[in-house]
Write a new protein. Structure first.
Length: 192
């Protein structure tokens, strides 16, 4: 049930009008002067993006992969061996004493083969071995998530840093072009 609102009688309205005329506002409204002249035009910001229209095909300006390549990571790795020997090795003047080819192997097949090969080469007293991984197949499907090229090429340097190979391996470098270039790596082993 709702209450009916009571209206003011005429004498109450007069009384209310007299009180309202004598009242002062607690917070008077401040008047802001309106600008008389147009303000200086604001220069447009330079656009970092190229002009784009609805329906236009967007193109990528650079590859999505922001991680450094295997070649860059190997080149910036700290030098852990004799600088003169490293220079001779990187120029292809040192011949690898043994080699392993991991082409066509899966990660599950390649990892134990690599571990066995490196430990056996170290046991035999070899100092420089060649690990051929291949460059990998280009299989970018154009999706939003980039796909790395050459799974073994990315995994082998990590395997060579981890146990049981880490304590045996002294230096890893990209092979010279006559030994396979970007598809192979020199692995310089510590003395036995």
């Amino acid at each position: 049930m709702s209450r009916r609102r009571r209206t003011l009688r005429p004498e109450e309205e007069e009384l209310w009008a007299a009180v309202a005329r004598t009242a002062q506002a607690m917070h008077p409204v401040r008047r802001i002067p309106l600008p008389t002249a147009d303000p200086a035009p604001v220069p447009p910001r330079p656009s970092l993006l190229a002009a784009f229209t609805v329906g236009a095909k967007a193109t990528a300006t650079r590859p999505h992969d922001l991680a450094p390549t295997v070649s860059e990571r190997l080149a910036t790795a700290p030098l852990a061996m004799d600088a003169r020997q490293f220079t001779r090795m990187s120029r292809g003047r040192l011949a690898p004493e043994s080699r392993i080819d991991l082409h066509g192997m899966t990660m599950a097949e390649a990892h134990p083969e690599l571990v066995h090969f490196i430990l056996d080469a170290h046991r035999r007293g070899h100092r420089l071995v060649l690990v051929i991984t291949g460059k990998g197949k280009r299989r970018d499907d154009g999706g939003p998530i980039p796909v790395r090229t050459g799974i073994l090429r990315h995994q082998v340097p990590m395997w060579l840093r981890l146990p049981p190979l880490g304590p045996v391996v002294q230096q890893v470098a990209e092979a010279h072009a006559k030994h396979g270039g970007a598809g192979a790596m020199y692995v310089y082993l510590r003395r036995g």
